[in-house]
Structures are given as C-alpha cells and as structure tokens.
Write a new protein. Structure first.
Lengths: 241, 181
C-alpha cells in the first residue's frame, strides 16, 4: 500500500497526534523510539501521552485474563529477590501486652475495619545514608486500608487510603508509642478520603525502629485528652530497613 | 474501589522492598497483564519472557509510581503493553496468516460477557466507541489490542495509511469528547 496522500486530520497538531499514536501503540519502530526519547525529556508531551493512556486503559477490561504458568513467579522472584539478600524485614506485629495494658484492645469493633497497612518511610532527602523505616499495621484479617510513603520533596509522610473503613462518624487518629512513653499523636487522618494525606515532618521527628504505630477511632476532631480514647483498629511496629 | 486501593498499598510496600506485598500484587494483576501481552505477541514463550521483564520493571520502579498521574492498573498495564509492543517491533517480520487475521478481526468486538465483567469506565468507553463509524471503531480496537502499526493495519484493511490514521485519530478525539461530555 503506497497511496499515502490523504492529509492528516487538520484539527490535530503534530505533537498531539504523536502522543495519541504512541499511547495507542500504532507507531513503527523508529517513530516509536523517537517518541520514547522525547517522553524522557518533555513533561508536556508525557502528560499528553498519559492522558491518552488513561482514556484508553478501560478497554483493557475487554481482554480476557490468562493465568501465567506457576513457574513464572519463581523466575521473577529469582531475578528480583535473590536468596540470601532479602531487602525487606517483615514488621513484627505490635506487642498485644502493650495495648492490653493500655486497656485499648477490649471491645474493639474490628468487623468494620479489617486491616490497616501503613508504610512509614522516614528518609531526609539530603542524607543518602539516612534510615528507612517501615511499619505494617494490621489486624488479624482482611484487606489493607491505608498506606503511607515518604515524599522527600515535601519532607513529609503521605498516607494513602487503601481500603474502606467504617469510622461511624468517628475520626481515625494515628499514634506512635516510643518505648515506655505514652502514645503520642501524629494527628487525625481520613481513611475514607480518596486523596493522600500529609503529616508534617516535625511531627515525625524522633521516630525510631521499634516504635509502635497505631490507629484509633476518636470523637470528631480527634482525641481531646492527648491519649487514645476510642477503639484501636490497627497497630504495627516500625522496622529499619 | 478496594481493589485499586490494595494495589496502591502493595506498590508502595514493594517500593520499600516488601516481598510479600509484591507477591500479592503479582497474584492480583498477572493474569490481566499476561492477557494484554499475549494478545499482542500471540507466542506464549515470548509473552512469558515479556511478563517477567514487566514485573522486574514494576519491582524496580515501584517507587516511581505516582497515584496522582495514573491508577495502579493503568500504570502496570501500560508497562506491559509497551514492553510487548517493543518486542513486537523488534521482530524482523511478524508472522501473520489470513486465518490469524480473520480470527483477530472477530475478536475485536466486545462480547456481552466481556461487557458484564467490565467496569463502569470500560462500559462508558465501549459506549463511546459504539457511537463511531464501525470501521473506525474497529481500527482503533485493532491498533490498541494487537499493537499493529498504522501501516500494517492499513495493508490488512486495504485502505491508504493516511485514511486509516484519519479514521483512528478523528475517532479517538470524538470518543474522548463523548467521554468528557
């Protein structure tokens, strides 16, 4: 087919056509490579491509899933996690005795809040040797509710909801327990909101491996007493990586 | 909603090196990604190689995932699609028989069953595509699902490349307009 005399649609500038063509996957090898090089250094072009990718992505639902062979996971695991060099230390569950002694574990309405996973990474950007801290907060069953990641550019921890919690009008509040000290509030959070939440860096000062994180359900606006007063729905211990 | 939220949590944990979270992510998404890759490459062994590359990439780049720019599924599916197309383009020539082409064409129509399991967004996109000229919609589906170049599809459909580009681009812009209306 050599007849290529039909003009481009006049309403679409070249750049936008290229972004569309790339997102759709219709470019030949050379044009595709050129577009990929451009993606790496042109944020406006990248945004245009990502817009089309998001528009087209729902079509993927029409593709029937195909389970890969079980051996494929072994190949991936061997490549990403060579044995003898685990990159991750699973966070230990919080000591129940600690919370029992605080009288917070009794009468918890656990059915509505199945589990909370919090990843708390504290790593000041200018220090390459700075410690990375991770906590997995969980109750005994169900899906993750919340994740948190450290954004070096903003100097803060971002909590991202990962599930649906029924707070019944109460306000979830995040706590840290350092050693034998009483729980210290890291502020209230909104587990249900689709947006990320940010905890200012100054509140995170002094977080150490071994400290316990917890989420309790408090009256609107958070605990008035400075200590957890409502049911604790998830806890976990900070672990250095 | 909790499905996508779980994926975000697992991706964030994988970024910190959490192997169990990465496994959960794999279990929840690998069939979908493998389906996308197989649709483009057809050849199973090659598709498995690409799937391995994709998850290795996801593991290494998990920290780059930005929930404000893409959903986790879209981010991962885009990596899969791009790797598969890169592999397809690096082939000297793509084996293609009339029989295979005929099967592909038949596949491009969403079945009622597909639409039942598809999410709301997918139904909206399918509905928007249904507003287009049938041939234009089919051209969009073929390029997207099969990773065909405009040139390859134009040859298969027996239309000039410029005409095909025009169908696809105009069609997609109309589709986007329908979606944002």
């Amino acid at each position: 087919m050599t007849d290529d005399l039909t003009p481009r649609p006049p309403e679409l500038p070249d750049d936008e056509a290229l972004a569309l063509d790339y997102a759709l996957g219709a470019l030949d090898r050379e044009a595709r490579l050129a577009a990929q090089l451009r993606l790496a250094r042109d944020p406006a072009f990248r945004a245009e491509v990502e817009g089309w990718q998001a528009t087209l992505a729902p079509l993927d639902d029409e593709i029937t899933g195909v389970a890969p062979p079980a051996s494929l996971w072994d190949r991936i695991a061997a490549e990403t996690m060579p044995s003898g060099a685990p990159r991750f230390v699973a966070a230990a569950p919080a000591r129940p005795s600690l919370w029992s002694s605080l009288g917070l574990w009794r009468g918890l309405a656990m059915a509505s809040v199945a589990a909370v996973a919090v990843l708390l990474a504290v790593r000041p950007a200018p220090e390459p040797q700075a410690q990375l801290l991770v906590a997995t907060l969980a109750s005994d069953k169900g899906a993750a509710l919340l994740t948190a990641t450290y954004d070096a550019s903003r100097g803060a921890v971002i909590l991202t909801p990962a599930g649906k919690a029924q707070a019944d009008g109460r306000t979830p509040e995040l706590w840290v327990i350092e050693g034998d000290n009483p729980p210290r509030s890291l502020g209230t959070i909104d587990i249900d909101a689709p947006e990320s939440h940010t905890i200012p860096a100054e509140r995170l000062k002094g977080l150490k491996p071994g400290s316990t994180l917890a989420i309790s359900l408090e009256p609107a606006g958070g605990s008035k007493t400075g200590a957890p007063t409502g049911p604790v729905v998830a806890t976990g211990k900070l672990t250095g990586i | 909603m909790s499905g996508a939220a779980n994926l975000v949590a697992w991706l964030n944990l994988a970024a910190a090196g959490d192997a169990p979270a990465f496994r959960s992510l794999y279990d929840a998404t690998s069939a979908k990604l493998f389906g996308i890759i197989l649709r483009i490459l057809h050849e199973r062994g090659e598709a498995e190689d690409v799937l391995q590359e994709v998850y290795t990439t996801v593991w290494r780049k998990a920290a780059e995932f930005d929930a404000s720019r893409a959903s986790p599924v879209t981010w991962m599916a885009t990596i899969a699609r791009n790797r598969a197309i890169d592999r397809l383009r690096s082939r000297a020539s793509r084996p293609s028989s009339p029989l295979e082409a005929a099967a592909d064409v038949r596949d491009e129509r969403a079945t009622a069953e597909d639409l039942m399991v598809a999410g709301d967004e997918a139904r909206r996109v399918t509905a928007a595509l249904a507003q287009l000229d049938t041939r234009h919609a089919a051209a969009i589906r073929s390029t997207y699902f099969e990773g065909l170049t405009y040139e390859a599809l134009a040859e298969r459909e027996g239309v000039p490349v410029g005409t095909l580009k025009s169908w696809v681009r105009r069609g997609l812009i109309r589709m986007k307009g329908e979606l944002s209306a």
